[in-house]
Design a protein around this ligand. Structure first.
Ligand SMILES: O=C(O)CCC(=O)C(=O)O
Length: 307
């Protein structure tokens, strides 16, 4: 049960004191796991400020990489006139505040749980992937129930074939404000959809067993991106949630598609990590190099969803 998951992790004194197995056990059982208080109050303040600034730029059309309303999946246009629900590419070389965002991506508070969840003991096989910001939409907006990398048209056999493969990545949401936008069906990452889930309205508000992921500012949730999930966003509730993923070198072409469909390949070799704290710089350079290598061998990867 998800409530037990939250309880287990809440009892832990900090991320760094968690032993690997409880985190992975919870993720494997529920498809998601919340770690409270991943950020210090100072980090929260500076990240909120930086996130607010780039969100303002994006709403004014001064940052071209955005998630536009009412489109759920990439590719998105760079025209914010219908409103936005996300700001893309926090580590892009031209992104204001890039070093701060990069530090929040490569920090131990994120990378250590990632290593637990992927099952490695150091960062030498990790790959830099996506880092975006999910923001309050300009008008109320909802995502359809989906799995990130399995089309809604997949048969049960196709779903199971994909779900039974190792994920080789970890994905997280790190909330800068309290956030209750992500809705999941716990356990659905480990099975095909039920008949009721298949027949449900794509925007079904009461999916059997659904759970709203309640996060306090500074909490991070790691989740299997193929858990059945959706987002429901209110234009009147502030949202700034860092949305990232880190991969493992054993990920395959399907993973490359999930990452590179967002256009990261166009700028990744231009990122300057020299402003990062010394202890994070080597990790960042190495993880970026592995992403570049993945792009070089994967070629044209296409898009995971049609819309
Ligand atoms: O807003 C969220 O937290 C979920 C976003 C999501 O489901 C997606 O980007 O596929």
């Amino acid at each position: 049960m998800a409530t037990e998951t939250t309880q287990t992790v809440t009892d832990a004194p900090s991320v760094t004191h968690l032993s690997p197995s409880p985190l992975l056990t919870d993720l494997n059982r529920d498809g998601y796991v919340i770690i409270p208080n991943a950020l210090s109050p100072e980090q929260l303040t500076s990240l909120r400020e930086a996130a607010g600034h780039i969100t303002d730029l994006a709403r004014k059309g001064q940052w071209p990489y955005i998630r536009t309303l009412p489109k759920q999946f990439p590719p998105w246009s760079s025209d914010p006139s219908n409103g936005i629900w996300g700001v893309q590419h926090l580590m892009h070389p031209d992104m204001p505040g890039q070093p701060l965002f990069a530090a929040s991506y490569f920090t131990d508070a994120v990378v250590r749980p990632v290593m637990d969840l992927i099952g490695c003991t150091d960062d030498s096989e990790l790959i830099m992937e996506l880092y975006n910001l999910l923001v309050r939409p300009d008008s109320d907006f909802e995502l359809r129930w989906h799995r990130d990398d399995i089309a809604a048209t997949a048969t049960a056999e196709e779903e199971l074939a994909r779900l039974n493969k190792p994920a080789w990545h970890a994905q997280w949401n790190l909330a800068l404000y309290d956030d209750a936008s992500l809705i999941v069906v716990p356990g659905s990452h480990a099975r095909a959809r039920t008949d009721a889930e298949r027949a449900a309205d794509p925007f079904e508000k009461n999916m059997p067993g659904q759970k709203i992921v309640q996060m306090k500012a500074g909490d991070v949730v790691f989740y299997n991106n193929n858990i059945l999930h959706r987002g429901a966003y209110s234009a009147s509730v502030e949202r700034a949630t860092l949305h990232g993923s880190i991969g493992h070198v054993k990920g395959n072409k399907e993973r490359a598609r999930n990452v590179l469909q967002h256009g990261v390949g166009a700028w990744v070799d231009k990122v300057d990590f020299s402003a990062l704290p010394e202890e994070l710089r080597g990790r960042a350079e190495n993880m970026r190099r592995r992403l570049k290598q993945m792009g070089d061998v994967s070629g044209d990867v296409g898009f995971a969803h049609d819309d």
